[in-house]
Ligand binder design. Structure first.
Ligand code: ADP
Ligand code: MG
Length: 299
């Protein structure tokens, strides 16, 4: 590392083998400050991980961005909002053995959200777990009053306990995802660096637009995150280039490289920041945490 290489550049270099000047997205890298401790936030910032395509890194991003944010001293709640329960599994919670889950909070008023939240292996990182019961909620909520605001009502009860809440959405644009977008302040869209990745984005943007018009005018896109990036393939680089052409500065400078470490962390039931703390994947999610905090001043 030369004396003139900034810390940010060094992190990116390790994370994605990029040159010291241009980042993997083809833009000059910003020199972001190290995150300050939280400023005594009284109302958590809520960010939804959203893309109706499955397997693009929503759950992986919720877990590892959450863990990286917790490392900065923030109190983080991860909301599993996918009936698959992958977020819960990824943090060592067996969703099949849960008597109560987020499902019970959505459909009845008999449960206290604090009793359903569980802590993870990471200090400051809690989970509101889900399991297959949640798939029934999609149908049952249809006949409820204010059906799109149900998750928002649940999260209002814990918003004062956390600095940041991340919602891991299911791979659909149905009522559950509309609930997530209605509860959220921001949306983060993970996008696989694959050829068809851009195809679904118009539909997702359309849904976000409708939610902004009708349910949540404050909703904003915090950023688009390139995932499953393979620096060795021209293809991955081309996809990223097109995403930047289409979305400009909405695209995070951080890009998550494809590595077997992520599937391994699921088996281990812990985030990459503890499983392989100094790995490029862990550094990349720490960098993403910096970018998110920079884009959300006050969080
Ligand atoms: P989604 O929640 O969008 O369906 P996941 O985060 O569950 O996507 O990721 C899908 C699969 O890909 C999981 O097995 C996960 O471990 C793996 N995965 C996620 N990110 C990466 C990555 N950067 N490199 C390699 N595998 C990844
Ligand atoms: Mg998922």
């Amino acid at each position: 590392m030369s004396d003139t290489t900034t810390e940010t550049e060094a992190l990116f270099e390790v994370a994605v083998d990029a040159g010291p000047v241009l980042g993997p997205t083809g833009r000059p890298l910003p020199d972001l400050p190290e995150p300050q401790p939280p400023q005594g936030v009284t109302r958590a910032l809520i960010i939804a991980m959203c893309n109706q395509k499955g397997g693009v890194g929503k759950t992986t991003t919720a877990i590892n961005l959450g863990a990286a944010l917790a490392e900065t001293g923030r109190r983080v709640l991860l909301v599993d909002f996918d009936p698959q329960g992958s977020l819960s599994v990824g943090l060592g919670v067996n969703p099949h053995t849960l008597d109560t889950s987020i499902y019970n909070l959505l459909l009845t008023r008999d449960h206290d959200v604090h009793d359903i939240i569980v802590s993870s292996v990471v200090e400051g990182l809690d989970i509101l777990p889900a399991n297959i019961d949640l798939s029934a909620a999609e149908v049952q909520l249809v006949s409820e009053v204010a059906r799109e605001q149900t998750l928002k009502r649940v999260l209002t009860q814990v918003r004062g306990d956390y600095d940041i809440i991340l919602i891991d959405c299911a791979p659909s644009l149905g009522l559950l995802t509309v609930n997530a977008l209605t509860a959220a302040d921001r949306v983060l869209m993970p996008l696989e660096c694959e050829f068809f990745a851009l195809r679904g984005l118009a539909l997702l943007n359309d849904t976000i637009g409708k939610v902004q018009d009708r349910l949540n005018p404050e909703l904003e896109i915090v950023g688009i995150l390139g995932t499953m990036y393979d620096a060795r393939t021209l293809h991955s680089r081309e996809v990223l280039e097109r995403v930047v052409q289409a979305f400009g500065d909405k695209v995070f400078h951080t890009v998550i490289r494809r590595t077997i470490k992520f599937p391994e962390t699921t088996v281990a039931g812990e985030p990459i920041t503890t499983y392989a703390s100094t790995s490029p994947g862990a550094l990349a999610y720490r960098m993403l945490a910096r970018e998110v905090l920079h884009r959300c001043p006050g969080a």
